[in-house]
Design a protein around this ligand. Structure first.
Ligand SMILES: [Zn+2]
Ligand SMILES: [Zn+2]
Length: 157
């Protein structure tokens, strides 16, 4: 199953592929857009950067709660939306009824295990032939795309 869809409008020159923006860079981006890098936002970013599991908001909330007492799920969720708007993280949806979050804001490829549901980053780029995906509409402008791969992971094989 190949999932081809137009995603968000994103400036690709914001950060170089593969490089996690440092704290200074994050501060710059947040300030430029008129936000503040609150302790909560920093911790959410840090916790998300620690894992490669692309956790949903409730899992991330459990992680953040260990460091910030009394933080509510609503606060974590609201901050995730802001961080996503600032292009510091990305939100992924694989047809599940919840989103997963990724500390890597760059467009990269994902592999979803159809047995355990684990989402992995694909380090080597997979070559895909886009025959048939020609866009005839002249009115639209494609800025980004998302392509997911589904199969069985190494643990479930
Ligand atoms: Zn698996
Ligand atoms: Zn990822």
């Amino acid at each position: 199953m190949v999932n081809y869809c137009v995603m968000r409008n994103k400036k690709t020159d914001q950060h170089k592929a593969g490089s996690n923006p440092g704290k200074e860079r994050i501060l710059d981006i947040i300030k430029q857009k008129g936000y503040r890098l609150t302790r909560q936002r920093m911790i959410i970013l840090e916790e998300l950067s620690k894992v490669k599991s692309h956790p949903p908001a409730d899992k991330l909330y459990q992680m953040v709660r260990k460091r910030v007492e009394n933080i509510s799920f609503g606060t974590v969720y609201r901050n995730l939306r802001i961080l996503k708007e600032l292009d510091l993280i990305s939100e992924l949806n694989f047809g599940e009824n919840f989103s997963r979050y990724d500390a890597n804001p760059e467009n990269h490829q994902h592999f979803v295990c159809t047995k355990c549901g684990q989402v992995y980053d694909i380090d080597k780029r997979i070559q895909v032939n886009y025959e048939g995906a020609t866009v005839h509409e002249r009115e639209i402008q494609i800025n980004d795309f998302s392509l997911e791969f589904y199969g069985i992971c190494h643990k479930c094989k």
